[in-house]
Design a protein around this ligand. Sequence first.
Ligand code: ZN
Ligand code: ZN
Length: 231
Amino acid sequence: MKQTICTIPVTDVFIEKDGCPFCRLEKKLEESYARYITGDAKMEPTVRIETNKTGFCKHHLQLMFEIGGRLSNALILESHLQYIIDNCFKEEENVKKIKGEAAQCEKLFHSCFICQNVSEDLQRAMETTAKLFVKDESFKKLYSAQPFFCLEHYSAMIKTAGDILGKKDFLEFAEVTKRITLNHLKELKGDVTHFCSMFDYRNAGGDFKNSKDSIERSAVFLNGPMDFQTK
Ligand SMILES: [Zn+2]
Ligand SMILES: [Zn+2]
């Protein structure tokens, strides 16, 4: 399923130059899985068995509601709710079993069909990225021209490259990845400092320059894309 339905070519993602490439890929994958499970796969028994067991996190359930029709979502939830009734609420007069069933419910809060699949696909995409960087000069150029990597994907990318590349290739890859990320980090820090300084009465009427949205841009760097309600 992952190979045919929700595989997004890594090179395509790197052609764009807007924000963190892995955040872009993550968003595309999330939408692609939400569309898949509320679309053709909603009646697919093998997918249903999996979604019944894992359920969905709040963020992805919301996405499924936005992307899929109400009936599709109802069909998926109907069998997920039945799964919970059958597995977590059996009539047992047994203390240990009741506690075990409640623990099963708790597990559902930490599992999500979309999170699980997106995370596996992202990991594979990072492995492909490191390999392409080494063997494909034109991809190396695309990679090196990215505006930044968010903190989460920077650390994951360095870890992945460290696991699969030889020392020389890793050092070249890490140098580029680190430089891009640190340059962005320093620029953000400078913009936030400038933003703060604009609240000093001595700078009243001064130019905010590029600092007005520096808080939001810092949050994106630290935690990935967000829906902001700016004042
Ligand atoms: Zn990212
Ligand atoms: Zn999720």
